[in-house]
Write a protein that binds this ligand. Structure first.
Ligand code: APR
Ligand code: ZN
Length: 354
């Protein structure tokens, strides 16, 4: 629980509502610690407090409200933080990741603290908790054979990273890919590039310890991030620059570096979520001259109902190694230490096990 930006986190008791019509209660088995959770408390974005952190989870359905048809008690599920209503303009236009109803749901408080205060929940989920109550559209059934703990990562990092490659960029076999920032999201993007048959896959970070993790996820090259990065990437891509460069940090400087690492006519995809006042600049001439596309990828431009089963199948057949994205298995009390590692750029995903 975060009481405000920059304040100490605490583990607190929250009274959850019974699942109402169309809602389900999920016993969380595991929840990942994502940089977007850190962004809730470090001033990058300005949510309402008190706030239960966490939005990347998998678990077991423990109760269903009236009218629920998608799942039943005992089902293994992953949580989708952008549940599509299928009715709003964006859903009808085939862009469920921009669903406006989901955005509204995400802003509703859920659960009551001992003093009667309503608790807010990150991205409509609040997954760093033993149990959550969400709408049935926000859960997607997992194959029972898939280890449920690691499947938590599918709910944010993997849908985002694999989706950015497949859905947003449409990477084809043999195309060159650069990925800047190798946390859970960037490593998932590397894994997605491997699934797509990209070559080379150039992984970039500030921290040399990320090389091993990146190569395990499928990177064919590793570069340390510095001023000479665009040049280093050009020399690995026939002098041109990458066909696709993915920014998985969420900072103006890395967006600029990714842009400059993209070939003429290539694709620069911003996956990271940055701050309102962190401005990037592009000259009018360079926009014209390089003929690059600059786009962002929100939730991997995914339709989770369609994409989760595909990702789960890849995890089951061994072409996607979810375990390779997890470096720390921790308890709820260790979440502040996980954020400290994240601030230092250490490790990949920390997974809270319940
Ligand atoms: N160049 C390259 N890598 C960098 C740089 C830089 N200038 N600055 C930071 N990094 C690296 C860090 O060393 C770290 O490995 O970016 C990585 C970020 O990883 P995490 O903090 O674990 O973040 P993650 O959860 O993967 O999220 C990445 O996606 O969803 C968004 O809000 C999220 O913006 C965040 C981004
Ligand atoms: Zn996330």
């Amino acid at each position: 629980m975060a009481r405000g930006a920059g304040t100490d986190l605490a583990v607190e008791d929250v009274e959850l509502p019974e699942p109402g019509p169309g809602e389900v209660r999920v016993k969380v088995r595991a929840a990942g610690v994502c940089h977007s959770d850190l962004s809730m408390i470090n001033g990058t974005v300005t949510p309402e407090f008190p706030l239960i952190l966490g939005h990347e989870a998998a678990g077991v359905v423990s109760a269903t409200g009236p009218g629920v048809t998608r799942v039943a008690n005992g089902d293994h599920v992953v949580v989708n933080w952008s549940p599509a209503c299928r009715q709003c303009w964006f859903c009808q236009a085939g862009e469920p990741w921009l669903c406006v109803t989901a955005e509204g749901v995400a802003c509703r408080p859920r659960g009551t603290l001992a003093d009667g205060t309503q608790a807010n929940v990150t991205l409509g989920v609040g997954a760093l908790a033993e149990e959550i109550v969400v709408g049935e559209q926000a859960v997607i059934t997992l194959p029972p054979r898939l280890p449920v703990a690691e499947a938590a990562l599918i709910g944010c990092a993997v849908l985002t990273g694999v989706g950015a490659v497949r859905n947003t960029a449409g990477v084809r076999p043999g195309e060159s890919v650069a990925v800047l920032g190798l946390g859970g999201v960037g490593l998932s993007t590397v894994a997605g590039a491997r699934l797509a048959g990209a070559d080379p896959i150039i992984a970039v970070d500030l921290s040399p310890e990320k090389e091993e993790l990146a190569r395990a996820a499928g990177a064919t090259e590793f570069l340390l991030s510095d001023k000479a990065l665009p040049k280093a990437i050009r020399s690995l891509t026939g002098g041109r620059g990458a066909d696709h460069a993915f920014e998985c940090v969420g900072r103006a400087a890395t967006i600029r570096a990714a842009w400059q690492s993209t070939r003429r006519g290539g694709n620069c995809i911003v996956v990271g979520m940055g701050a309102r006042d962190d401005a990037v600049s592009f000259s009018a001439l360079e926009i014209f001259h390089f003929a690059r596309t600059l786009t962002s990828s929100v939730y991997g431009s995914a339709d989770p109902d369609r994409d989760v089963p595909l990702i789960a199948a890849a995890a089951l057949d061994g072409s996607l190694d979810l375990g390779a994205l997890v470096t720390h298995r921790i308890s709820l009390a260790d979440v502040p230490a996980a954020f400290d590692r994240m601030r230092r750029g250490e490790g990949a995903r920390s997974l809270v096990l319940f």
